[in-house]
Design a protein around this ligand. Sequence first.
Ligand code: UDP
Ligand code: MG
Length: 154
Amino acid sequence: MMEKTLVILKPCTLQRGLIGEVISRFEQKGLILAGMKMAWLSDEVLSEHYTHQKDKPFFQRLKDSMNTTPVVICCWKGVDAVSVVRTMIGATNGRNALPGTIRGDYSVSVQENIVHASDSIETATVELKRFFNDDELFSYDPVLLSNLYANDEI
Ligand code: UDP
Ligand code: MG
């Protein structure tokens, strides 16, 4: 199924000059860019975004790390995009993430792990609403669609 998923390039990625590298990974894979912007996330938004971690000892330091700089927020589209992107980013802990994954190639940390990506279709829907207005997500004709997918895949 054609899906949209949310990716946030974290402050560590901005500071290390890896924004272009990471975006290139998704472009080269064949994912379609449906939205992108830069924003400085507030503690309130981060509390909502990381609510599943609110009882963990690292909750506050995670949120603090996420608002040391602005972040780059993207929406990527493709068949099974949610799971494709999760596979591409690798395990949460950069030290365990396999080489060839984004975290495996660029991170040595659990917290400073380059990207956030939605972990299910349901989460993607909620997270895209959290970070994008309707008019910030774009639908256009990807001219190479027939070179990315067979007819019956889309
Ligand atoms: N995190 C952390 N310590 C941990 C687990 C997670 O600092 O022991 C941070 C890490 O930055 C991770 C984020 O919390 O990306 C959200 O955790 P989640 O389990 O949702 O991992 P993800 O979905 O990002 O792989
Ligand atoms: Mg998560």
